[in-house]
Design a protein around this ligand. Structure first.
Ligand code: ZN
Length: 106
């Protein structure tokens, strides 16, 4: 694990914490006060924040293919939708084409 990998993970965790600590209470305030408009505004903020977190995560994360050893970066949607554990992601390697549990290199 590299130092930058840890920093990146901390930033992602901070983003998720921010989402939970700030956005949920905002929703509790916005939705009863503004009704449907409140729901739309609140959902827009949630989607925007999730997008920012995922974009940051995919930019700062690369994965290592266990079959051929190549390290590659992930497109945003692949990063968001692929099954994963805290340190591995199930991905198709862009070089050898094999689908494996790839180690997250940070
Ligand atoms: Zn590969």
């Amino acid at each position: 694990m590299t130092k930058s990998g840890n920093g990146s993970r901390l930033k992602t965790a901070a983003g998720i914490s921010f989402l939970l600590i700030v956005i949920i209470p905002l929703g509790i305030i916005f939705i009863p006060k503004f009704g449907t408009v409140g729901v739309i505004v609140w959902l827009s903020m949630v989607v925007a924040l999730i997008f920012i977190i995922v974009k940051h995560h995919s930019k700062s994360t690369s994965c290592k293919c266990p079959a051929c050893g190549v390290t590659f970066r992930l497109p945003i949607m692949v990063d968001f939708l692929s099954p994963h554990t805290p340190d591995k992601k199930k991905l198709r390697c862009p070089v050898c084409g094999k689908k494996n549990w790839c180690e997250i290199a940070g």
